[in-house]
Structure formats: C-alpha cells, structure tokens
Design a protein around this ligand. Structure first.
Ligand SMILES: [Zn+2]
Length: 445
C-alpha cells in the first residue's frame, strides 16, 4: 500500500476520528476532563488531597490548562508507598482488572481499571494499531508477555477491538514464534524491539527467510530503542517498524504512537495530558526543549494520576504532521533519566554507547555494559558480540575492530572504556526488555 493510501485508510477507522479534533475543541475537552480528574483525585485519594492541601489548593483552582503546573508531581515511589490499593479512587466492586509491575526491587506497583478505563485503554490501542495501518485483514502475533504486565493484554484488546485476528502467543519459545509466524501467515507482530532482533537472528539460524514472509508491520515498545535498531529491523525484513509508547502507571501501552510518517509519536492527548519539565528544577519547559515527560490521566476513574514523572527524556515536536493528526507529537524516547549512570564523574546513557557501537561497521546490536570497581576506581567494559565471519578471521581483524570500537566509544562518551569482543550468541538474549547494563560496583571488592 502506498503511504497516501495508508493514510487515507487509517483515517477511515471510526476510532481514529479523535486523532483529528480541531485544536480549540481538543483544548476545551482537555480542560473539562482535567477539572473532573483533579476533583476525583482530591475527593477520593488521600495522597492527592493531602498534597493539594499542603499547597493551599482546591480542585476549583484549576481554571485553565496552564494551572496544571500548580499541582504536585506524582513519582514512582508514591505508587510503591501506597501498595497495594492506596491510590484507588473506585471501590473494588467497580474495578474489573488489576495489573502490576514486575517489581525488580521491593514491592511491585499495582494499577486498577474500571470497565470504562478498559474501554478507554482499548480505544487508545485501536487508534494505535490503526495509525500503523493495521486493519481487520491483518493477522497479529502478540509476543508481548501476557499476565500482570500491561503489554500483552493492551495489544490483545487493541487488535481484537480493531477486528484483526490475534494470536496470543505471549513472549518466549522463539522457535515456536518463528514456526507460527511462517505457518499462520502472520502480517503484523508486537514485541519488544530487542526480542524481535533476536527472532530475526534465530530465524536465520533456522533457515527461515523473513523477507519471504507476509510480515509487514512491527509494533515495538516497552523499552527505549534507537533509529539504528529500526534500520536493522527494516533492512532484515519487509517490516515497517513502528514505535509505541506507554507505561502501566498511566494505562499501559497506548499513551502515544507513531503514524506512517515515523516522525515522532502522537500523544493521545484527549486521555493523557503531557508536559515537558526540567528534571532538575521541575519547571515547565518552553515548547521544543528537551526534558522529562510528565503525564496526567484525563479519563481514568479507578486510578487517576496527577503529573506523573515518567523519567523518560523527550521534547515536543513543532509543526504539523504529514498524516494530518492534530495530536501533538513528541520525539522518540531513546533514553530515560533512570538509565543514566555516572562513571568517573561523567554522565553516560546506554543509548550513547549503542550509537557509538553501531557507527562502527561489523557489529551486531548485541552488547552489554559491565561496570566494576577495583580499589575505589570505576571501570567500564562493553562486551560486544561479533559476527561468526569476523570471529573466525585472523587475530588482526579482531584487534583492528576492537581498536575502532574503543576509539568510537571514547569519542562519544569522553571517557575510556574497555571493549571485549565475544563469541556470537554468548550474550544472554532477552524475551522481554533487554538488560544492557550490569552494575557490579556496589558488590564486595
Ligand atoms: Zn502523524
């Protein structure tokens, strides 16, 4: 399908009508919903009432959208501290679904949905899939994990809501994923980008040529990924790879998505109000400046969240999108302020390491950063898998590659890092979110 036809097609999905609301109407709708959600949070949730009272605020003080900046922030620890149900604004008999984060440290985060909340979420996911050009004629393989994680059921409801055929395969068992992809004639796939990169690699080993499959749309999210990964996926398959953004605290996937132009993500602003703030001062930044994304739920009943600090770094994009959507766009998220680590006084993001590695020819996007400390001194080692061809080559080629990689890293990061080239497939693969950083600095020396 040509881009123009794809655009017209997605315009015709009835749920997508909300993507094209005239701006003045959208702003009025946002204000009305913001006033409602602030009232609900204040009346029903102890934490929000106490924080607004501290600031001398009442729900009536929200008279314009700008007034949102007077509200207190909500942070991840607020959700942990009120575990399990402390932020619920609906009685349990009105709640139809609970999800929870995996909780790598301490208590998980629990989120709740009423029937209407599930409908809003499904609506956002239908609009997401429609914006990728997925239709009722598609066969969707959903390789996001089902269960307490929101990715699986979010995409499942969205694809079903759209009328597509869903294969609820969930994550893992890569050989079976590839068999079903081929045998069922799968045309669209959802997974984390790192897992799909692994599937491409495994398909090659199994002798399955992804370019021969009818697979045409990839819906990737749940972890930051770069343009380089997109190019890798799009050049090894016939897929057009789209980004999807969301987080459980706000709803799950479906907060924002790319359209066919792949230039930034439209935010479903009728349900989620976005701000960009300076992560240090908390001040709202002028349009176009890079900072931390803050989101307020405008439609959630069971668990309204005011000004949630996502830790994701992005910026609003100016101008109109070629697709005609009036929803504001944000730049793709390639880094999170949480991911940042400090080594020898220098701030480093894993995405910078990735950019450096991919700039050097001959490396696959499989790497891991290992931080260690010896005698009080921090060390950074990047382990990178090389292709079987390079590895079986004479030692000179490996040394040359290692030198170029170290140079590229030093150039991007401003510090020296050790590079270790490792054998193909020796770095553990993820079937969900990729683990790129192993910090051993706080272990006993
Ligand atoms: Zn667009």
């Amino acid at each position: 399908m040509t881009e123009a036809r794809q655009a017209i097609h997605s315009r015709f999905h009835p749920a997508s009508a909300q993507d094209y609301l005239p701006a003045p109407y959208l702003r009025a709708l946002q204000l009305e919903r913001l006033q409602g959600v602030v009232r609900r949070a204040y009346d029903r949730v102890e934490l929000f009432r106490a924080r607004m009272t501290d600031r001398g605020m009442q729900p009536e003080d929200i008279r314009s959208l700008e007034d949102i900046s007077r509200l207190p922030f909500t942070v991840k620890t607020d959700l942990r501290d009120t575990y399990p149900f402390g932020l619920f604004a609906s009685p349990m008999h009105e709640i139809v679904r609970l999800h929870a984060s995996s909780g790598t440290t301490g208590k998980p985060i629990v989120v709740a949905y009423t029937k209407d909340d599930v409908d809003v979420w499904t609506n956002a996911m239908v609009r997401t899939l429609a914006s990728y050009g997925v239709t009722s004629g598609d066969i969707v393989q959903n390789a996001y994990g089902y269960g307490l994680f929101t990715g699986g059921l979010g995409f499942h409801y969205g694809a079903e809501g759209l009328g597509a055929t869903v294969i609820p395969i969930s994550g893992g068992n890569t050989d079976r994923q590839i068999m079903i992809m081929r045998d069922f004639g799968v045309t669209a796939i959802c997974s984390t980008p790192s897992y799909f990169v692994h599937m491409i690699e495994r398909a090659g080993e199994l002798g399955v040529d992804m370019n021969q499959l009818p697979l045409r749309v990839g819906m990737f999210g749940a972890e930051p990924w770069s343009e380089s990964i997109r190019r890798h996926i799009e050049s090894n398959t016939r897929i057009k790879a789209y980004d999807c953004y969301g987080l459980s605290e706000i709803t799950g996937p479906g907060v924002g998505c790319e359209c066919f132009s792949q230039k930034g993500l439209h935010i479903f602003e009728d349900h989620f109000y976005p701000e960009i703030i300076d992560p240090q001062t908390g001040k709202t930044l002028p349009e176009g400046e890079e900072g931390e994304l803050v989101l307020t739920t405008l439609s959630k009943a069971a668990m309204p969240i005011l000004r949630y600090r996502t830790r994701d770094i992005t910026a609003f994009m100016p101008g109109e999108c070629a697709c005609g959507r009036t929803l504001r766009r944000m730049r793709r998220i390639t880094r999170r302020s949480d991911d940042m680590f400090i080594i020898r006084g220098v701030n480093v993001f894993p995405s910078q390491v990735e950019a450096a590695l991919l700039a050097v020819e001959g490396t696959l996007p499989h790497y891991v950063i290992i931080l260690t400390r010896q005698h009080g001194l921090d060390d950074m080692e990047v382990q990178i898998e090389v292709t079987p061809e390079v590895f079986s080559d004479k030692i000179g080629a490996l040394e040359d590659l290692q030198g170029r990689l170290m140079h590229a890293l030093e150039h991007v990061l401003g510090i020296r890092a050790q590079v270790r080239l490792v054998e193909p497939r020796s770095i553990q693969r993820s079937e969900g979110k990729a683990k790129r950083l192993i910090d051993r600095r706080n272990l006993a020396e």
